[in-house]
Design a protein around this ligand. Structure first.
Ligand code: CA
Length: 231
C-alpha cells in the first residue's frame, strides 16, 4: 500500500531519477513534472498529498508556481532548491511553501520532511473537526479557555506569548518566517520593530514552557513548532 502521493516538479534529470528511486523504495506513489506549466496542471489534476518543488524551472520561477498552486490548493509544498540565500527561502515560505531543503540534499532528510508534511496535512484536517484543545507531547493549549498547560500544570503567558504559541501550534511542523509572525501577531511592524524583540518573546516562551524543544529556530528565517514524540 502506498503511503501517499507526491508530485515532483523538477527539470533536472539526475534529480528526477534520484527522487523517483527514493520515493519508489519508500512506497510513495509519485508523478514527475519537468516544468512549471505541467507542474501546476498536475497539482490540480493529480491532487497529490505533497508537492516537491524546484525553484529554478525553465518556464517560470518556482516562487510563481507556489503562488499559483496556493490560489487553488493548500497542498503542502516542500521547496528543494540550489538557492541557498535566506532571502530565497523566505520568499518561498512567504509565498506559501511549507518547508525547504537545500541541494544537494540527503534523501533521508527529504523523506523525513515528506512525513512531516503528510502529518501536518492530516493534523490540519483533524483540527477543523476538533478545535478546542491542542496537544503536542506535554504541551496542551485550551483555546476555549485561553489556558496553556505543561504536564497538566498551568503556565501563565502574556497576551503576546500566548498569541505566538497559538500561531506556532496552528502551523505545527511548518516554518513561519519572522515577517509572517510579526504580521500575524502585531498586525503591522510598529509593535515589534526588530527581529530581536521577536527573539526575546520566543526565548521567554521557551523558558516558560520549560520542556523539550518545541520551538525550533531557523536562523535568519523564522521558527517552527516541532511535533513531539515523532521524527
Ligand atoms: Ca532546476
Amino acid at each position: 500500500m502506498n503511503k501517499g502521493t507526491v508530485l515532483v516538479i523538477e527539470d533536472d534529470k539526475m534529480i528526477q531519477n534520484l527522487m523517483s528511486t527514493t520515493l519508489e523504495i519508500s512506497n510513495y506513489a509519485y508523478q514527475i513534472a519537468p516544468n512549471a506549466e505541467q507542474g501546476i496542471l498536475k497539482a490540480a489534476s493529480y491532487n497529490p498529498d505533497v508537492i516537491i518543488l524546484d525553484l529554478g524551472l525553465p518556464d517560470m520561477d518556482g516562487i510563481e508556481v507556489i503562488k499559483k498552486v496556493r490560489s487553488f490548493s493548500n497542498i503542502p509544498i516542500i521547496v528543494v532548491s540550489a538557492r541557498i540565500d535566506n532571502e530565497d527561502k523566505i520568499s518561498a515560505l512567504d509565498a506559501g511553501a511549507d518547508d525547504y531543503l537545500t541541494k544537494p540534499f540527503n534523501t533521508e532528510e527529504l523523506l523525513a520532511r515528506i512525513r512531516v508534511a503528510l502529518r501536518r496535512k492530516t493534523y490540519t484536517g483533524e483540527e477543523t473537526v476538533q478545535t478546542s484543545v491542542f496537544t503536542n507531547g506535554n504541551l496542551k493549549i485550551d483555546y476555549a479557555q485561553g489556558c496553556v498547560y505543561v504536564d497538566d500544570k498551568e503556565v501563565h503567558l502574556t497576551a503576546i506569548e500566548y498569541k505566538l504559541l497559538c500561531l506556532l501550534a496552528k502551523n505545527l511542523g511548518k516554518v513561519l518566517t519572522h515577517n509572517y509572525i510579526k504580521k500575524e501577531i502585531w498586525l503591522d511592524d510598529n509593535g515589534c520593530d526588530s527581529q530581536l524583540s521577536l527573539r526575546v518573546f520566543v526565548t521567554n516562551l521557551r523558558k516558560k514552557l520549560n520542556a523539550a524543544d518545541y520551538i525550533k529556530t531557523h536562523i535568519g528565517i523564522g521558527y517552527r513548532m516541532l511535533q513531539q514524540g515523532k521524527n
